[in-house]
Design a protein around this ligand. Structure first.
Ligand SMILES: [Zn+2]
Length: 184
């Protein structure tokens, strides 16, 4: 039992050391097939943080359900080819693959071709994401750099810094303003 705990802990540490969080693939959350894809030229110089402005979620099952709902909304109501974000982050500590690393997103008008869009699942106007989600997001940024999809000299922005929107919510915005490489 003790040995098993050690093995689990060690593998968690190794995964963290590589700088990539646990990413739930599109097939794992049962994504619809995109109508089309435009390649993203990487590494991009910007990462843009959003919130989904929907419900928070704390389990893989409920976060997957949220992500499916957002994909349906973006395709059916917005008329987009797929879910808009490159990745989404749940308070279960998992990251959910949206358009992924190599497909241009639809998350920040005029910025999509030069950024990755990461969105926290939930509404963070009052209240911040839990530590699991914040850690997953920071790890995802490091992962993007180490995989060569985000420039080493990247700039971090909130959606409100590039568009007329309150996204990613006042409280979450206060948090990301303190993160490395944030610039207005
Ligand atoms: Zn946004």
């Amino acid at each position: 039992m003790l040995l098993l705990t050690r093995v689990v802990l060690l593998s968690a540490l190794c995964a963290a050391a590589l700088g990539c969080p646990r990413i739930i693939s599109r097939s794992q959350w049962r994504a619809r097939t995109p109508r089309s894809r435009v390649p993203l030229r990487t590494p991009v110089p910007y990462v843009i943080i959003h919130h989904t402005a929907g419900n928070r979620c704390y389990t893989q099952a409920s976060c997957s359900e949220q992500v499916r709902g957002i994909q349906n909304y973006h395709i059916n109501k917005r008329g987009w080819s797929d879910i808009g974000y490159n990745f989404l982050i749940g308070e279960d500590g998992n990251v959910y693959e949206g358009r992924g690393w190599s497909t241009r997103g639809a998350h920040a008008k005029n910025w999509n071709s030069r950024s990755l869009g990461f969105s926290f699942l939930g509404t963070f106007t009052n209240g911040v994401p839990n530590a699991a989600a914040l850690n997953a997001a920071r790890s995802l940024i490091q992962c993007a750099v180490s995989k060569g999809f985000l420039s080493r000299s990247y700039t971090l922005k909130g959606h409100r810094n590039v568009s007329l929107t309150s996204c990613p919510g006042n409280d979450l915005y206060r948090v990301i303003r303190q993160w490395a490489r944030f610039k207005l």
